[in-house]
Design a protein around this ligand. Structure first.
Ligand code: FE
Length: 234
């Protein structure tokens, strides 16, 4: 089985947000789709490990913001790769509170939907949550929604481990095995660690390449942040 076949499936990139017991939270999802038009239903596949998933199940409400191709690596890094258990994710990003009382992220969003949970399907690692759309709006007519394919090609973004579309790198072909000892650097947007022993083969950086020797136009393979957003791990 060639697991990279899964990369040929098409998705968008969304911020799915909620609030429960006075706390706000949200995460980046690519598995959001419209189930039906009448009633207007959206589905999202959520990891059982996500704090947001538990909060959505408790509150019965969630919002979906459609992210654009201009979405900042900082936003994707915060919502996609950091946990609401440690971070107050909305502190640096504009949002408003919708009619259902949950946060709706407006930063880098082409449109938003506000949903009430009407059904859930428990699966092994994930829960398929179905929401009825109570309200929605276009924020930016001219913005192009980001597709997952675009994110992978132009930002060279990956899925975090609990994403439905995560692919274990060890299952991919041509896994690097070289070992050298040099300084490691961490992306401040998403916490990805560049290890010279591994390099970034998919990004054209072979194992054994010191961080300092990576071209300046290289981007974080997880969130697409630029090289200057990396800090040395001491
Ligand atoms: Fe990153």
């Amino acid at each position: 089985m060639d697991v990279t076949s899964f990369f040929r499936l098409s998705y968008g990139i969304y911020a799915v947000c909620t609030a429960d017991k006075g706390k706000t939270n949200g995460y980046i999802a690519n598995t959001v789709f419209q189930v039906s038009a009448d009633p207007p239903l959206l589905a999202v596949s959520c990891s059982k490990d996500n704090l947001s998933t538990q909060m959505i199940r408790n509150s019965g409400k969630f919002s979906v913001s459609v992210l654009t191709e201009q979405s900042s690596p900082e936003l994707i890094g915060m919502f996609g790769f950091k946990s609401g258990k440690q971070e107050e994710k909305f502190k640096s990003f504009p949002f408003f509170t919708g009619k259902l009382g949950i946060p709706i992220l407006t930063k880098d969003a082409a449109a938003w939907f506000e949903c009430e949970v009407v059904n859930q399907l428990e699966l092994e690692t994930h829960i398929l949550i179905i929401g009825k759309v109570h309200d929605c709006e276009i924020l930016d007519e001219s913005a192009t929604p980001m597709t997952y394919a675009w994110y992978r090609e132009f930002r060279r973004g990956l899925s975090p481990k609990n994403a439905p579309t995560y692919v274990d790198p060890s299952l991919k072909k041509d896994e690097p095995a070289a070992k050298i000892s040099t300084k490691r650097y961490q992306c401040i947007a998403c916490n990805f660690i560049y290890d010279p022993a591994i390099g970034d083969p998919d990004g054209g950086i072979p194992p054994g390449t010191a961080f300092e020797d990576i071209p300046d136009n290289w981007m974080c393979p997880v969130c697409g942040a630029s090289k200057d957003m990396f800090e040395e791990i001491v």
